[in-house]
Design a protein around this ligand. Structure first.
Ligand code: NAD
Ligand code: UFG
Length: 343
């Protein structure tokens, strides 16, 4: 696609962590942005910050992706060229406790969205999938054709959506669909004005570390140091959220070329241990991160990192930012907003 072609993009979940960074990249690339979000896990303040960063405006629709009437109205009132679908629930532990809510929002919500897109003849979709669809893989790095096998309701909801979208494309090859399997998104926009703002106690490593650094939490629990890894702690492929968002822009260009369905890992290809992440954050922040080693967390893989070559080859995308930069950007956001968007 010509890089300068202006499009109108619907961003579901656009007020959230990844979605808000996506909105910045879309606006800066000259696109028109419509956000649909029910704010169940985010704040409208993120969208105000997006507008300040870009000096451009976007349209915000408060609502639920499961609301078919609302979706029909949104598609009737706007000529939408493509949908970036971030809206969903993402906490693994919660998905075990409330599986039906997860299937309802993640699977049923996506089916409602596809129905509205079909009715409006909008057939370009980028779906936020996750490396969680690989379950606990036996070989590293993880390639797109590594066997899938999710091990919790969250992961299964992602896998079910992927399968539904593959079947949809099979039945109607005029669809243009990208399934993007994110590894571990971290980092924040360089302005320090948007970033990850967990509602409760963070489930994920990087926001927990940064809350310890800023004094909101006493210490980090390191979930196990007896894995078969160089220092015994879990190894992950952390990817800067801005790199991740730029991968979506590349996916839109790829889909513009021809109807297709593409599955892509979005990762850096580098694995870092929990202890390495702690050291990198200490270096970036100048703070000491207190931690204690506790038992392993159920369901955690020892090691997970991507083979990102397919995205490099076919999307012409590669992650640019290293772990030091990810930590610097998280710290800038956390320092400026110790209590997230409620500051
Ligand atoms: P997030 O919770 O910050 O963003 C999701 C957004 O969707 C929130 O703004 C929330 O209010 C909104 N939302 C939830 N249910 C909705 C509904 N029914 N209708 C409308 N809006 C709704 O999460 P995120 O980290 O930005 O993740 C975005 C997507 O990427 C999710 O689909 C997630 O599963 C996927 N993903 C995230 C990660 C990660 O580690 N952050 C990893 C892999 C995949
Ligand atoms: N960890 C700790 N202490 C914490 C949090 C995490 O030691 O307080 C460790 C974990 O054991 C793991 C590593 O830090 O070794 C990373 O854990 P995260 O929770 O940050 O990330 P995960 O890889 O476990 O999970 C992420 C997403 C999930 C997704 C999964 C696979 O959060 O939604 O990747 O894609 F399912």
């Amino acid at each position: 696609m010509p890089q300068d072609k202006i499009k109108t993009i619907l961003v579901t979940g656009g007020a959230g962590y990844i979605g808000s960074h996506m909105c910045v990249e879309l606006l800066q690339a000259g696109h028109n942005v419509l956000v649909l979000d029910d704010l169940s896990n985010s704040s409208e303040k993120s969208l105000q910050a997006v507008e300040r960063i870009t000096q451009k405006s976007l349209s915000f629709i408060l609502g639920d992706i499961r609301d078919s009437e609302l979706l029909a109205r949104v598609f009737a009132e706007n000529k939408i060229d493509a949908v970036l679908h971030f809206a969903g629930l993402k906490a693994v532990g919660e998905s075990v406790a409330e599986p039906i809510r997860y299937y309802d929002v993640n699977l049923n919500g996506t089916l409602k969205l596809i129905e509205a897109m079909t009715n409006a003849d909008c057939k370009t979709l980028v779906f936020s999938s996750s490396a969680t669809v690989y379950g606990i893989p036996e070989t590293m790095p993880i390639e797109e054709n590594t066997a899938t096998g999710a091990i919790n309701p969250y992961g299964r909801s992602k896998l079910m959506v992927e399968q539904a979208l593959m079947d949809l494309h099979e039945s109607d090859p005029s669809w243009r669909i990208a399934l993007l399997r994110y590894f571990n998104p971290v980092g924040a926009h360089a302005s320090g004005e948007i970033g990850e703002d967990p509602n409760d106690v963070p489930n994920n490593l990087m926001p927990f570390i940064s809350q310890v650094a800023v004094g909101r939490r006493e210490k980090l629990s390191v979930f196990g140091d007896d894995y078969d890894t160089p220092d015994g702690t879990g190894v992950r492929d952390y990817i800067h959220v801005v790199d991740l968002a730029r991968g979506h822009l590349k996916a839109l260009q790829y889909l513009d070329e021809a109807p297709t369905l593409g599955v892509f890992n979005l990762g850096t290809g580098n694995g870092y241990s929990v202890l390495e992440a702690i050291k990198a954050f200490e270096a970036a922040s100048g703070k000491t991160i207190a931690y204690e080693v506790v038992d392993r967390r159920a369901g955690d893989a020892a090691v997970s990192f991507a083979d990102p070559q397919k995205a490099q080859r076919e999307l012409d995308w590669r992650a640019e930012y290293d772990l030091a930069r990810m930590c610097e950007d998280v710290w800038r956001w956390q320092k400026k907003h110790p209590n997230g968007f409620s500051d």
